[in-house]
Design a protein around this ligand. Structure first.
Ligand code: FAD
Length: 222
């Protein structure tokens, strides 16, 4: 006799809001909260969840990294709107108050295993989500791991598309640790007067490490 595998744990949540980030046409900030009196489960910064929902009679499933700090009861996501129709487009078409199902947070892209005093994070677009969660977790008291210094290399096409730029700039003067924010823009020739590098973030970061020219076709990154 074989026993059936236990059903994966699923949490009922509600879409609280979903709107484009300021100056963005492609990146959305979506917030969900528990739909019951039971809190959403705890997670480690850097983890992702599987979100399932139905829209117009069709079932969808979408993997998203949690972009908010683990101490918050509502979860934020950064969702990139794709060119093609699929789960992400359907998710962005949901309305405030719609019910969604959320899996237990999973993933090993977390800092608890590392615990080094100096942390360098490199990313852009929706890939910023797990990095933002990590940075916010460092700023929360009692998160367990307190690095001495954190550097964020953040890439976007132009200055306007640097999501959460103000938040990261503010963090440089208020953080509990030494935080350094390095924005990089790939499609803007002139960024005079500001501490912004006019280059793709991966290339700029590699150069800063003395790794030479790592140019790759632009389409492979964006
Ligand atoms: C660990 C991880 C974390 C991620 N974090 C983020 C994040 O924070 N933000 C973000 O924007 N993206 C994130 N992604 C990417 C995200 O999961 C999607 O792949 C991305 O949003 C593209 O979505 P898409 O709608 O084009 O669908 P894709 O997942 O790329 O799949 C498109 C395909 O879905 C198929 N499809 C059609 N209908 C359905 C359906 N009903 N259900 C399922 N599939 C269907 C079709 O064949 C279509 O071609 C993450 C991915 C992973 C693996």
């Amino acid at each position: 006799m074989t026993s059936a595998a236990p059903a994966p744990e699923v949490f009922q949540a509600t879409l609280e809001s979903c709107r484009p980030l300021p100056n963005q046409s492609r990146l959305f900030l979506c917030v969900i909260g528990s739909a019951t009196n039971k809190k959403l489960p705890r997670f480690d910064a850097g983890q992702h969840v599987q979100i399932s929902f139905s829209l117009e009679g069709e079932e969808y499933s979408q993997t998203l990294s949690i972009a908010s700090g683990p101490e918050k009861s509502n979860w934020e996501f950064i969702v990139a709107k794709p060119e093609t129709k699929g789960p992400a487009t359907a998710f962005l078409a949901l309305s405030k108050g719609d019910t969604i199902r959320v899996s237990k947070p999973a993933g090993t892209f977390t800092l608890d295993r590392i615990q080094h005093p100096h942390v360098a994070l490199v990313g852009g677009g929706a890939g910023l989500a797990p990095l933002r969660s990590m940075i916010l977790s460092f700023t929360a008291k009692g998160c367990g791991f307190s690095p001495k210094s954190v550097v964020l290399w953040h890439g976007a096409r132009c200055i306007e598309e640097l999501a959460f730029q103000r938040e990261f700039e503010n963090l440089q003067s208020h953080s509990l640790f030494d935080f350094y924010y390095q924005p990089c823009v790939s499609k803007q020739g002139l960024v005079s007067g500001r501490k912004i590098i006019a280059n793709r973030v991966d290339e700029a970061f590699a150069k800063s490490l003395g790794l030479g020219d790592h140019s790759a076709p632009e389409s492979s990154f964006w």
